[in-house]
Design a protein around this ligand. Structure first.
Ligand SMILES: NC(=O)CC[C@H](N)C(=O)O
Length: 259
């Protein structure tokens, strides 16, 4: 098909949309940044796009809880349009605050039969904002965005990133369904235990990213758009880092999905 088009929805407090647009453009997509209010006025805008992305930031100041207000606007005004978007075989990505929004919408992991959420992203258990680079590994082959990626080194920057599921049975089911597809891992060879700060927030089962049952909706706390070029690596002047950076492949996978 022609060049895929990515729609980046921004809202008050979004601050990673330019970098996310750059990552999509470097991967061969057209990337448009459009304010949430325009989408609320005219949800049919979604029809023009193949990829919907929610970037990082502090939407509505993280008031109530991170992602809650945009998540509620989606739930009450955009659910039909976004579900249709997904049913049409298209892709949805949420990065950091975008992941928080996706979790709050219930789009990524559906509410249970009583209408209660399957999971949340709670405050980091260290009770502090964490701004550091982390090692990640993937599992399963379900997630479209993680195709052919085994591991990544990416930065995190969040206060509310601790993935928690409703209960152990929910976690087991998500794991069995290959939905707990991205996890924090230790950075020392041969080190099995993953503790703070390798897992920066205390997430259950070290979960850093989750996909839906189809693998076409993906949310993650780390920021792939912040490691596109070797010079984004924190120690590139000492000769470390890859070109391209570890994050680019994730965006390329989304674009190549429509090839
Ligand atoms: N990097 C981001 O997307 C911001 C983080 C987020 N709103 C938090 O602190 O939890």
């Amino acid at each position: 098909m022609a060049q895929p088009k990515a729609l980046l929805i921004r809202s008050p407090g979004t601050n990673c949309d330019l970098e996310t647009a750059y990552a999509f453009e470097q991967s061969g997509a057209v990337a448009d940044r459009i304010h949430l209010n325009r989408i609320l006025e005219k949800p049919e805008i979604l029809n023009d796009y193949q990829i919907l992305a929610l970037s990082g930031g502090f939407s509505y100041g993280d008031d109530i809880s991170a992602g809650r207000i945009v998540g509620s606007l989606f739930r009450h005004h955009l659910m039909d349009a976004v579900e249709q978007f997904h049913d049409d075989g298209k892709l949805i990505l949420g990065i950091c605050n975008g992941f928080q929004i996706l979790i709050k919408t219930g789009l990524l992991l559906a509410d249970d039969e009583r209408g209660l959420p399957a999971s949340t992203l709670a405050w980091n258990d260290c009770q502090m904002f964490q701004d550091r680079w982390v090692n990640l590994k993937t599992s399963g082959s379900k997630c479209v965005f993680l195709k052919d990626i085994d591991q990544m080194y990416l930065p995190v920057a969040h206060a509310e990133g601790r993935f928690m599921a409703r209960d152990e049975a929910t976690l087991d089911a998500l794991e069995a369904g290959q939905q707990l597809c991205l996890t924090y891992t230790a950075d020392r060879d041969g080190e099995d235990s993953v503790s703070f700060p390798d897992n920066p927030n205390g997430a259950q089962r070290h979960v850093a990213g989750v996909c839906d049952e189809t693998g076409r909706i993906f949310g993650l706390m780390p920021h792939p758009e912040r490691y596109i070029d070797r010079t984004h690596h924190p120690r590139w002047t000492r000769g470390e880092g890859n070109s391209p950076g570890d994050g680019l492949k994730l965006f390329q996978n989304a674009v190549e999905y429509f090839a």
